[in-house]
Design a protein around this ligand. Structure first.
Ligand code: MEV
Length: 424
């Protein structure tokens, strides 16, 4: 069956039927998504190998966002999140983006950097130059740690050296810039940094201290852009208000933090679903949100294009991998990768960036129009109805009453359910 990310009536199906519909639409064997069923997902046995002192598992809902077109191809996106509305909002924004061709993405090479801090250098300027003179030797030493990576076309691309003045003196900081191919790369670059540290310190004339990657992965950027059609957004006034909302986020750190949180609602959900390191991606994103003027700002940009539509862009570090780590061993992450149909870390990174942009547009559009509470309230009401024991058949009627009464609360839901069951 051809791949499509448009699935009519998905939300009206049971969880099992949805899983089947998603597999069919993605053109994958339904069995390959079996791990989405908790009975076949991560067991305590495997979890016990992932971290220490395992005492159980935490379940997080795994949804699938629909309607995404990325670089001309339909893609169904697995999203792990506890927050209501996130999956629906991303799907809705992707539907609007679809009107004008969906998302176009690109990225830099997958370059991660490791830092080696060298302390006690009497002549830091000269130490820096001595290290740069030893570029070939240090790169050779680092590459020798990971012949497999070099064989796959990766490895150290360059050595940079920075001087960092601090309250305790000036540090010479060497940066190994490493093409990590389809790995997230933390292990590879940390091993390399540890391997070159003693020799680098000797050359610089000091002592090595920290040897660790930087999560400010600004040489590993992903970009996404989309044109959101003015009519599909709700008209020219909505477009203008979206532009005002984005302008506030660009200028005001208080708004920027929330605006960027909206982006991360989408990004973190896909990063988590694919077993990648959410904290690494979040650290990279927020470090990238500092403008050249030193102000914490928005990660995305929204402009009005010549035809009056919203031209939206997002660019940020996206250190995610397909090989190694939980991505390789977690059965749900493996199923998520199968559903996405990605073959490289760059493809995964770009889809994640497109989801971040969609999530951002959805939130800003809601805020610039009716506000987010109305949408949130019906989902919140559903959670409350299920929480007080309403069955799947009873939930819609309970929700409708809670909304109509303007009392989305558990005590009221209990009364409504009792009335319903008593036929009142
Ligand atoms: C809520 O999780 C995310 C939003 O606050 C994002 C935003 O304000 O742009 C709605």
């Amino acid at each position: 069956m051809p791949r499509t990310s448009r699935i009519q009536g998905l939300r009206d199906l049971s969880v099992e039927a949805r899983r089947k519909a998603v597999a069919e639409a993605a053109g994958v064997d339904p069995g390959s998504l079996a791990a989405f069923d908790p009975a076949h997902g991560l067991g305590t046995g495997l979890a016990d190998h992932l971290i220490e002192n395992v005492t159980g598992l935490l379940g997080v809902p795994l949804g699938v966002a629909t309607n995404f077109v990325v670089n001309g191809a339909d893609v169904l996106v697995p999203m792990a999140t506890e927050e209501a509305s996130v999956v629906a909002a991303a799907s809705n924004a992707a539907k609007i983006a679809r009107v004008r061709g969906g998302f176009t993405t690109s990225s830099t090479s997958p370059i991660m950097q490791a830092q080696v801090q060298i302390v006690g250098v009497a002549d830091p300027e000269a130490g820096r130059v001595r290290l740069l003179e030893a570029r070939e030797e240090l790169i050779g030493l680092a590459n020798a740690q990971d012949p497999k990576l070099v064989e796959f076309g990766g490895g150290v691309r360059d050595l940079a050296v920075r001087l960092v003045p601090s309250r305790a003196g000036t540090y010479v900081v060497a940066h190994l810039q490493v093409d990590v191919r389809d790995a997230m790369g933390a292990n590879a670059v940390n091993t390399m940094a540890e391997a070159i540290a003693t020799r680098a310190a000797e050359i610089a004339g000091g002592t090595s201290l920290l040897r660790i990657l930087t999560n400010k992965a600004d040489l590993r950027l992903s970009r996404a852009r989309a044109v959101f059609d003015a009519a599909a957004l709700g008209g020219a006034e909505v477009v203008d208000n979206i532009i005002h909302a984005a302008a506030l986020a660009e200028a005001d750190p208080y708004r920027a933090a929330t605006h960027n949180k909206g982006i991360m609602n989408g990004i973190t959900a896909v990063v988590l679903a694919t077993g990648n390191d959410t904290r690494a991606v979040e650290a990279g994103a927020h470090s990238h949100a500092i403008s050249p003027a030193g102000l914490y700002s928005s990660l995305s940009r929204f402009e009005k294009d010549a035809d009056g539509n919203v031209a939206a862009t997002l660019e940020l570090p996206m250190p995610v991998g397909l090989v190694g780590g939980a991505t390789k061993v977690h059965p749900v992450a493996q199923a998520a990768i199968t559903l996405l149909g990605v073959g490289t870390a760059a493809e995964l990174a770009e889809i994640i960036t497109a989801v971040g942009l969609a999530q951002n547009l959805a939130a800003v559009r809601a805020l610039a129009t009716e506000g987010i509470q109305r949408g949130h309230m019906s989902l919140h009401a559903r959670n409350i109805a299920s929480g007080i024991g309403a069955t799947a058949e009873e939930v819609p009627a309970v929700v409708a009453r809670l909304i109509a009464d303007g009392k989305v609360r558990a005590d009221h839901a209990e009364r409504v359910l009792a009335d319903l069951r008593a036929g009142r």
